[in-house]
Design a protein around this ligand. Sequence first.
Ligand code: GLN
Length: 482
Amino acid sequence: MFEFSSIEQYHSGLKEGTVTCLQTVERYLQRIHAKQHLNAFVEVYAEDALQKAKELDRNRASGKSTGRLHGVIIGLKDVIAYKDHRLTASSNILKGFTSVYSATAVERLLAEEAIIIGNCNCDEFAMGSTNENSAYGKVLNAADETRVPGGSSGGSAVAVQAGLCMVSLGSDTGGSVRQPADFCGIIGLKPTYGRISRYGLIAYASSFDQIGIFGNAVADVAKVLEVISGYDEYDSTVSSKPVESYSSLDPKNKKYRIAYFNEALEHRGNDPEIGSSIKNLLEKLKDDGHAVVPVEFDLLDYIVPAYYVLTTAEASSNLSRYDGVKYGHRTTVRGIDLTEFYKRTRSEGFGQEVKRRIMLGTFVLSAGFYDAYFTRAQKVRNLLTKKIELIFKDFDVIILPTSPDTAFKTGEKTTDPIAMYLADIYTVMANLVGIPAISLPLFTHSNGMPFGLQVMAKRFNELPLLRLSNELMQGYRTQPLN
Ligand code: GLN
């Protein structure tokens, strides 16, 4: 029976006739059914997927050219628009909403003959680190069901982890692809800001948001990136830089200049095993001829506050559109004035964490506090960007942990938002600066859980980032993939 290991191997199977798209979709649907309790999907498009698979099998048999993602089974986070399908940001305020258009990334997947199998559970409006803030309930980590999968793209991560799709899309505003990848033992890539169009991605914080990719193999993630990247007239922030051939992962054996921060590896908030495992890996890389150098970094304690000031400010503005007038949830209370109508609608529709962030963002933007919070946070963002640019003058990549902890126990951090926010310490940096970053599942903790290594590169340096990632996955893993 066919077991998926990479898109390339799947495509050879299709070519040789040892497997068909239809058999594969049926297999995945069975598995989704068997793993329903993980709650990874909000909705499964079983009929659509079966139809599409039959059509692809027919086309292949009649010799019609095949797309780069022919028959590849993909899950979408519930913040990415797919025409005529549900789109709710896992929020009650969008309950029942159907998208009237597709995100550019989705159009490009479909044009290359991918099969979209369903939309995946997430934290409401992509706000969270555990997937516990979802109107559809929590998602379970398939490596240990008493633990969270991470967030906010927890459903997309578990869908890949548990073999419910081949690759999936998430969104990453402050780590929402990399951190769940870390918690679930898979690969999670956040590309450069502006590499992938945000058209059709529900906005959380627009100057941070970027669609990201989950997979089990670097080559798969690279292939999907190659398909969905590039200029789009519907997003003025997307770059017109040509899309490189990201899946050309050779040549190997290049020597890299690698920077790391002792301040991060020895940080008081870390699980010490994470820092020591990364240090051992850095030693190995050094022995293998790479230049591995510690760089002083004194901004760590400022980046989480700056991130939460700036993203909540942007969110308070972005989420003002959900007012019950044009679409989405509307209060049924009658005989009230417009202000009361907005209040009721929004109070009923949004969950607690989203309300907290809207209030925080409104506060930091208010006349009396703007300079004290928003302007200062912007200064931190500038300072950080300059510092990182300087580092990249001398280095190809920066290595960091992805998260200071392995997957939390369900409920462990839900009552303490500050503790939850502080755990974003290593991921928010890439979004503040707009650089690409990846989490690679290289390690297993003595508690049995996987954890990742984060590698960051210069803006638009996805190709060297993916090449090094491929080497790391092939030669430096201390555990087999799930
Ligand atoms: N955990 C972060 C937050 O809660 C990241 C969110 C994201 O990347 N969408 O904001």
